[in-house]
Design a protein around this ligand. Sequence first.
Ligand code: HEC
Length: 127
Amino acid sequence: MKKAIINTFAILGLVFLTSMFFNHSTAQSSAKKSIEGKPISAGIMEIAEKSCVKCHSEGGKGIAMMHLNLSDWNNISMEKQAGKAKEMCKMVSKGMMPKKKIREKQADGVPSQEEVKTICHWAQSIQ
Ligand code: HEC
């Protein structure tokens, strides 16, 4: 009988410790998510102004804005910014952004190789 009581306490203790542990770790990850992001650096914004904002900022295209809204950049968390920046690097490296039709019509809006590198370095720097 005594043993059963001790066991019960042991189990309760374990449950308590486990819940503490989980509470602690969720508190930490939500803290990370709420870290405020940083504005896009001037050099990157210059490239974006030339090549991306037409579709990816206020007044831009609906679908484009759903994926990437540069006007809203300062209001998203650091974690989200890191993810978006990575996508931006991926899309420009593969030549998938700006879209093919636009690239043909407005060649001057296509980022140069140098600019693609700049975007990717920046993306890496904020991961
Ligand atoms: C002519 C309009 C236009 C321009 C200019 C443009 N985009 Fe896009 N972008 C879109 C559209 C539309 C989508 C939605 C997805 C699709 O249709 O492929 C998109 C999607 C994206 C996505 C999300 C991709 C995914 O699969 O989730 C990223 C990242 C992106 N664009 C980055 C850029 C960057 C960086 C530039 C500038 C170098 C740029 N875009 C220029 C129209 C544009």
